[in-house]
Design a protein around this ligand. Structure first.
Ligand code: ASP
Length: 352
């Protein structure tokens, strides 16, 4: 009888300790799920951006818009929205602002027209969508998302892309909506620099734009959501005075935009020809995946070795699978910002 009681006592003790271990595991799991980091990082273009070229009002306006864009994306992530949605909606804020070279305020090509490019990529499925050379779609990033979700293609261009966007009732605007005098003056300046003769009427009282904004202001966003999915997107008007029909890096998956849950998400800005030739965004991912570099090291290598050695200019923002954020650029400034679920928030413009 005594032996039977001892066995029972051991059995109960064992069960209790198993329960305790179980609850330890549950506790650990809970900590992991509640502490899943989410974050987003954005850029509003890289180029000759110096404090002395900027008025206080201009700087405040940029900072405010970057903050607004960041908040929109962050609140989507905080409310368990997807990284893709956060990227799209964050970019929409910047596309709708004339401060940036995307959507409203896009730069002009050599014919005085606006041709915009955009792309978006899902790091979970590696599915991606892009549009190139579109003129009247209010938010090109929305069209890129639609290409990803509703076609078996990756890039649609020009008239075909616009026709497709109309079928899906995306919002269109007249050319006048996208026009800004600042960008038009940039076109004139670029034409003058290249020796083209043009007669324009500018208001001589207006402050001469010192910022080299012939392409400045492409926008991009990379986000990681609570499910650990990464997405990246980029939207641009390209480069001032570009040839009619020129396509930059922004709609090229692997060049201007790339996302892969195994590694990172990247959005590029700068003279697109260099990001295309180095496949900059994908190169960062490869360096992480196959050379074991950290995101920061990989960005540094691509910007300061690969792009630099070709004589290119620009910058990259990125975020890795652990929610770590980094950026790098070889210009005097890049509009950039990030916000993490840890509470960390940074908005920067100039080189430090
Ligand atoms: N990468 C863009 C393009 O080449 C321009 C920019 O980011 O400034 O079209």
């Amino acid at each position: 009888m005594l032996r039977f009681q001892i066995i029972i006592i051991f059995f109960i003790a064992f069960q209790l300790s198993a329960c305790k271990n179980d609850s330890k595991i549950n506790q650990k799991e809970k900590t992991l799920t509640t502490k899943i980091p989410f974050a987003l990082v954005i850029h509003g273009g890289a180029g000759t951006i110096k404090k002395e070229y900027m008025t206080d009002e201009q700087e405040i306006a940029y900072r405010k818009k970057l903050q607004e864009a960041l908040d929109v994306g962050y609140s989507i992530l905080e409310n368990s929205g997807t990284a893709l949605e956060a990227v799209q909606k964050t970019i929409n804020v910047m596309e709708d602002s004339p401060l940036f070279n995307a959507g409203k305020g896009a730069v002009f090509n050599s014919l005085g027209q606006q041709e915009m490019d955009a792309s978006i990529m899902d790091g979970k499925t590696l599915n991606a969508g892009a549009v190139a050379g579109v003129s009247l779609i209010k938010n090109p990033i929305n069209a890129a998302l639609l290409v990803k979700d509703s076609t078996r293609h990756v890039i649609l261009s020009g008239k075909g892309a616009e026709e497709f966007a109309r079928q899906y009732h995306l919002q269109f605007e007249d050319a006048s909506y996208f026009y800004t005098e600042k960008r038009y003056r940039s076109l004139i300046r670029e034409k003058e620099k290249s020796g083209e003769k043009i007669i324009i009427k500018t208001n001589p009282k207006e402050q001469t734009e010192q910022i080299d904004d012939h392409k400045l202001g492409t926008v991009g966003c990379v986000a990681i959501d609570k499910e650990h999915n990464i997405a990246a997107g980029t939207s641009t008007g390209g480069m001032t005075n570009k040839k009619f029909g020129r396509i930059g890096d922004s709609p090229i998956i692997g060049a201007g935009t790339y996302a892969n849950n195994l590694t990172c998400g990247i959005s590029a800005t700068g003279t697109g020809e260099y990001s295309i030739r180095t496949l900059a965004a994908h190169e960062v991912s490869n360096l992480i995946q196959y050379k074991n570099l950290s995101l920061k090291e990989a960005l540094k290598h691509v910007v300061h070795v690969e792009i630099d050695s070709l004589g290119g200019d620009g910058g990259l923002i990125g975020l890795d699978k652990n929610g770590e954020i980094a950026w790098d650029f070889n210009t005097s400034g890049m509009y950039r910002a990030y916000k993490k679920s840890t509470g960390e928030k940074v908005i920067e413009i100039y080189k430090k």
